[in-house]
Design a binder for this molecule. Structure first.
Ligand code: SAH
Ligand code: SF4
Ligand code: F3S
Length: 439
């Protein structure tokens, strides 16, 4: 029997899919590369923007015919979209070929649900109250990197964002559980650990012994062996100097901070409920750069939030130039039912949003190009991560600061640290050659 997982959305979901894979393999299923060959298809969904959602409904719909031809095929919908109000009922009624709908804290029920579905019994459970998110066998797919959850959910309620409603309140894993997982991953040969949370900086506030994100970083930083530690996402309002100091103090912790700004306008930030001003943010960037001169800072930016004026948008462009991000994920604001921004006045017309995102992308592209040009001829340590499938005998990996570099070598290098000299740096894509093997 074969399973196929369709994963949408953020790294949180990518990692949840590794848990889903572990559960399916525990039931005797093997992974395969297409829904059409699978006996069980699992959609691990995202609802952060409307476009994501529409695409997913489209993909689920496509299985209707496949299921008619293969009536024993199991179809499951998990993840953030299924947790939205009304979605489980909608799928139950309008998508009769879907056997299972589970919410974001019900993965522990997947095993039973699949067994029931094998006997033609449908299961729907999006009950938020049962959290059992830690003890899953996982089937990891991202070697040499391993994802490790440190906190779940979010308490910030940015006014545009659906995540707090579909992922629930923030809760931290115990440090001892995280440490045990990290140590076991390093012992298995993983070379990069990426700590995951919607807001890693608030890690520990709900734990009993004064645990904090900085204390967690230090504890992992102290571990022996050559490996890289990354983390995401940092909410600017909670990034402490202690965290910056820990990144500076431990060579294993990468000089790479994902620091979503969302907007460069203090007024828009206020209405987004981000709880920092444009100046707070820019001075934080300065503090980071003063302590971490080689840092790569990346961000998320949104255009077209309700009421965003041309002046607000120009403030965003100006901030992008000042902050000098090595890259930015840029999004068009999408109206999410149930969030406060949904019912704000002055929703921005699509044509204006389109125009702004084009200008924003062009602006960031110039910054990225400049940073790339400065890397020409220099040497960087790179962890070889995997094949660049567009080119023969080409692998890619990232510098400590998070820049992706392509270079020629074979796949026996995957998981090794090498020194690469940058030879081509035209835009976001860097090309180089291995000049030295580290390990
Ligand atoms: N916890 C992270 C963000 C998770 S969502 C943080 O606070 O930074 C990832 C990104 O999606 C956000 O940073 C934001 O830029 C974008 N996003 C969230 N809601 C959105 C919406 N309604 N429309 C468009 N983009 C959105
Ligand atoms: Fe959403 Fe804000 Fe929480 Fe990030 S911090 S997940 S943007 S509510
Ligand atoms: Fe991630 Fe999308 Fe959920 S961005 S937390 S998968 S809504």
């Amino acid at each position: 029997m074969k399973y196929f997982i369709h994963t949408y959305g953020c790294q949180m979901n990518v990692h949840d899919s590794e848990k889903i894979a572990g559960i399916m393999e525990g039931l005797g299923y093997e992974s395969c590369s297409s829904a059409h060959n699978a006996d069980a298809v699992i959609f691990n969904t995202c609802c952060i923007r409307e476009t994501a959602e529409q695409k997913i409904y489209g993909h689920i719909g496509e299985l209707k015919k496949v299921k008619r031809a293969k009536p024993n095929m199991i179809v499951a919908v998990c993840g953030c979209m299924s947790q939205q109000t009304g979605v489980a009922d909608k799928i139950k009624e309008s998508y009769p070929f879907v056997d299972i709908v589970l919410g974001t804290s019900n993965l522990n029920l997947l095993r039973e649900a699949v067994l029931s579905a094998q006997n033609k019994k449908r299961s729907f459970n999006v009950d938020f109250r049962q959290y059992n998110e830690e003890d899953f066998a996982q089937s990891r797919t991202s070697f040499p990197n391993a994802w490790v959850n440190i906190n779940y959910g979010c308490n910030n309620f940015c006014t545009y964002c659906i995540v707090p409603y579909v992922r629930g309140r923030e809760r931290s894993r115990r440090t001892s559980d995280i440490m045990a997982e990290v140590k076991s991953l390093l012992a298995q040969g993983y070379k990069e650990i990426t700590l995951l949370g919607q807001n890693v900086n608030s890690y520990g506030h709900d734990l009993p012994y004064g645990e904090s994100f900085a204390s967690l970083l230090k504890e992992i930083g102290e571990l022996d062996g050559k490996f890289r530690l990354r983390f995401m996402t940092s909410h600017p309002k909670d990034l402490s100097d202690e965290v910056i100091d820990a990144v500076a103090a431990y060579p294993n912790i990468c000089n790479n901070i994902h620091l979503p700004v969302q907007s460069g306008s203090t007024e828009i930030l206020r209405r987004m409920n981000r709880r920092y001003t444009r100046d707070d943010y820019l001075s934080l960037v300065q503090r980071i750069r003063a302590k971490l001169p080689d840092v790569g800072i990346t961000t998320d930016i949104m255009v077209g939030f309700p009421g965003e004026t041309e002046k607000d948008f120009e403030d965003t462009l100006d901030l992008v130039k000042q902050a000098r991000y090595s890259s930015a994920f840029c999004f068009i604001y999408s109206r999410r039912k149930g969030t406060p921004a949904y019912s704000m006045d002055n929703q921005i017309p699509y044509a204006v949003k389109r125009d702004r995102i084009t200008r924003l992308l062009a602006c960031q592209n110039e910054v990225t190009k400049e940073i790339s040009r400065n890397m020409l001829g220099k040497r960087y340590e790179v962890l070889v991560e995997g094949a660049n499938t567009h080119y023969a005998d080409t692998m890619c990996g990232r510098t400590e600061s998070g820049r992706l570099v392509n270079f020629k070598c074979d796949d026996s290098y995957i998981g090794k640290f090498v020194i690469v000299e940058i030879e081509q740096a035209k835009s976001a894509t860097l090309w180089g050659s291995i000049v030295k093997e580290r390990q």
